[in-house]
Ligand binder design. Structure first.
Ligand code: CA
Ligand code: CA
Length: 195
């Protein structure tokens, strides 16, 4: 009785495998359906031949998500040396966009510094302008944004981050703690005052 049950079970498994490979196979993203061709000229007889119909699915990513800044903290903070030469980088704007074909550009939206800084549209680097000294403890404020210029909303607008505030202080800024926890590993033989 036990041997009979085993034989029936094995037959069922083999039958399932046969039916699976007879009608469908799925491999490497290509779906192949095997269909039986009906012979129309032989009195409605079935020739038994099969055709393979290969369907290749190509899935593309629609550009439907806006960019976002990864700079932290927000609002952004930076410092500038009082004697910084023209074109000195003081900060780098960094935005991400989930869409595969994004094309991120950076813009200075509002300038509250009298033209003392500029934003590189492609790299997001914020640089100084002019050779005049910056003032100690003066706060220079810019409003910036990033756009995905492959993500068009309408004829005039692209997907964009919100406008973000970038505060640049002349000289030094007091220590800023914006995360609840900080961890850092240092070698146990590190020299005193080493960085
Ligand atoms: Ca998308
Ligand atoms: Ca996008």
């Amino acid at each position: 009785m036990f041997i009979l049950c085993v034989c029936v079970f094995v037959c069922l498994v083999l039958r399932c495998i046969y039916l699976y490979f007879k009608y469908y196979s799925f491999f490497s993203g290509e779906f192949v359906r095997k269909s039986r061709r009906v012979d129309g000229g032989g009195g409605g007889g079935d020739s038994g031949d099969t055709d393979n119909q290969r369907v290749i699915l190509q899935i593309t990513d629609v550009n439907d998500e806006p960019p976002y800044f990864i700079n932290r903290p927000l609002p952004m903070q930076a410092v500038v040396k009082l004697n910084a030469a023209p074109n000195t980088p003081v900060f780098t704007l960094q935005a991400r966009d989930p869409d595969k074909d994004h094309d991120i550009h950076y813009f200075l939206v509002r300038d509250r510094t009298g033209g003392r800084f500029e934003v590189d549209e492609k790299s997001g680097v914020v640089r100084t302008r002019g050779s005049e000294m910056f003032q100690l403890d003066m706060e220079y404020v810019l409003y910036v944004k990033a756009e995905d210029q492959n993500g068009r909303i309408d004829d005039k607008h692209f997907q964009s981050t919100p406008e973000e505030r970038l505060s640049i202080v002349g000289g030094k800024r007091p220590p800023q703690f914006y995360l609840p926890k900080y961890e850092k590993t240092i070698p146990e033989n590190a020299a005193k005052d080493s960085e």
